[in-house]
Ligand binder design. Sequence first.
Ligand code: ADP
Ligand code: MG
Length: 292
Amino acid sequence: ATPTSIMVGTGRAAEMGVLFRRGEALQTLRDVEVVALDKTGTLTEGRPELTDLAPAPGFAASEVLALVAAVEARSEHPIAEAILRAARGQGLRLGNVESFEAVPGYGVVGRVDGRRVEVGADRYMTRLGHEVGAFAAEVARLGAEARTPLFVAIDGRLAGMLAVADPVKATTPEAIRALHDMGLRVAMITGDNRATAEAVARSLGIDEVIPEVLPDGKVRALAGLRDGGRRVAFVGDGINDAPALAEADVGLAIGTGTDVAIESADVVLMGGDLRGVVNAIGLSRATIRNIR
Ligand code: ADP
Ligand code: MG
């Protein structure tokens, strides 16, 4: 490709809200075979809502929610915001937080008014030594409805289950159809549990799912997709997407995402949704075809 054609192509892309931070990406995109998507905030809104709250015997729902919300007030995870909104909506008074720790990819733990409160995925409970095997059917049921199940332990005893749901962006189904029409394979990489990830993937016709990926594991998941020399584009928005955005053949950041993601990407999608990926690949194919 000539420098002039690249300039024209990236100029037209900019008019569509697709910013090429590196001009070479316009050429590389043409040869991409797989588009790998982060789930939360990329194909979903990234704004979950609390949908379920089931206290264990001996615990009151408002007591569990107030304790969990107090701990989550210290977390920056979108799940934390969902729980806080629900607690505020019920006018609950949050206790005094004496300590807090986030365990990335697992959950959070803190001390509230002298009580130890642990909240997170089933794998977090297992890691803490709390038995959650009895809830497998419940986890599967919530997952099948594309909800993310969470567990709460208070002072070392299982105190309840919560679930949050993060709606798929209205533009996502159409964008995935368009990627398929372009002959591309679509994959999803997520920290969410397998049942939830598979339900979301099934509803969208996503070809390949890599669930339960820890925050530092996205690059390894990407390497798996690149096996056999397949060229892979990765689309993400979060801090923990930054390494995969840098490592992918082409990294595309959602423009409404974090600064770290944007700075690690080759392409920035100002529209904030996946239609930008379709436009970027379409333009790449049109531009490079004209000059070969
Ligand atoms: P994702 O970006 O896909 O949500 P994360 O690695 O951030 O992936 O989180 C993976 C899982 O860890 C979440 O689905 C949730 O089960 C648990 N988790 C992480 N942070 C929190 C939190 N603040 N509160 C409760 N659970 C959490
Ligand atoms: Mg995300």
